[in-house]
Design a protein around this ligand. Structure first.
Ligand code: SF4
Length: 332
């Protein structure tokens, strides 16, 4: 680990000023991800700017229109918030199923969204071919270990997946990331547009600029959000990233037929992956008709391109989607 200086910012302008004084500076909130990057040599910042004292970024509030989650709110506080548990159960479940209790107590919501891939080549403590970590060096996963790699949207330059659970719930529930720049200008970015596909520049995970910070996340109130669930499939039952995960919310009519539905997958792409084709095909399907639900989502997997070791993710994801819908619909 390289030596670095530490600066505690008192407000956003102060934080941006410190970042501009030392190019390459990194922001720290909970530190549960940044400290990993420091130890793994992924970043070597000259200064770490602590934003924990910034006012007004830790609130979790809900009104009739939306849930608002400050960027500095801790994961455990959001997961335990009564409004989140009652009206956005997929968000509460996604947070509960993330990391460990100790990490959730420290980790901020903004930091959660800024996590980077768990691809073992990216996280290695030796110098391996990885275009995300060292652009132009190649992708060791292409001919190596790709069991946990993407099945949607990958490129010849990177096959990594995004590790955040709650980002998947946010994507399904049409959440928006609100960011503020050094000049005070704010941008509101749908979560589905916040993350990028790898293309030929996988070093970029998202559209946040160097002189911007996430200030909050908003999620619209909706019947679909109120009846949403998060299902996570992983190789051990706690403290593990998803092989595949599903956030699903729906509305049913009086006969138990789906009238509205949102679905997003985790563990399958460089960003949370909305199943738009499935959402279009499902309305009218009975929540008790397992085979019809399965048939309605098949088309959403037409673009799946498995790697050598992860073809199982397609069948796993289909089964997980059916299960998540039935749980959300009260039919499991
Ligand atoms: Fe790096 Fe992406 Fe290839 Fe993993 S999949 S080695 S993160 S370029």
């Amino acid at each position: 680990m390289q030596p670095f200086s530490y600066y505690r910012a008192i407000d956003l302008a102060d934080a941006f000023g410190a970042m501009q004084r030392d190019a390459g500076g990194q922001v720290i909130a909970g530190g549960t991800e940044l400290v990993n990057w420091l130890k793994e040599g992924i970043v070597s910042p000259p200064v770490i700017v602590d934003i924990n004292s910034l006012p007004d970024l830790g609130a979790v509030e809900a009104n009739a229109a939306e849930l608002s989650i400050g960027a500095l709110a801790r994961m455990s506080d959001v997961a335990a918030h009564p409004q989140v548990q009652r009206n956005f159960p997929a968000i509460a479940e996604a947070l509960h199923k993330s990391a460990s209790q100790q990490l959730r107590n420290m980790a901020s919501m903004g930091g959660n969204l800024m996590q980077r891939t768990r691809c073992p080549y990216f996280r290695a403590d030796v110098d391996l071919a990885c275009n995300k970590r060292r652009p132009g060096s190649g992708c060791a996963a292409l001919d190596g270990y790709d069991r946990t790699a993407a099945i949607f949207g990958w490129s010849e330059h990177c096959v990594a997946t995004h590790p955040s659970d709650v980002a998947v719930a946010f994507a399904a529930l049409d959440a928006t990331v609100h960011v503020r720049g050094a000049t005070g200008v704010e941008r509101a970015i749908p979560v589905t547009d916040f993350y990028m596909l790898p293309g030929d520049a996988p070093e970029h995970d998202n559209v946040l600029q160097r002189d911007e910070l996430i200030v909050r996340i908003s999620v619209p109130q909706s019947p679909v959000a109120h009846r949403s669930r998060y299902l996570k499939v992983r190789e051990r039952t706690s403290y593990e990233f998803a092989l595949v995960s599903v956030a699903a919310g729906l509305q049913l009519d009086g006969d138990g037929r789906i009238t509205d539905v949102r679905i997003a997958l985790g563990g399958v792409a460089h960003r949370p992956w909305r199943l738009a084709a499935g959402e279009r095909a499902l309305p009218g399907t009975s929540i008790t008709d397992h085979a019809a639900i399965r048939a309605a989502i098949e088309g959403a997997f037409a673009d799946a391109r498995p790697r050598r070791q992860n073809g199982f993710k397609i069948e796993l994801a289909k089964r997980a989607v059916v299960r998540a819908l039935q749980v959300a619909g009260g039919n499991a």
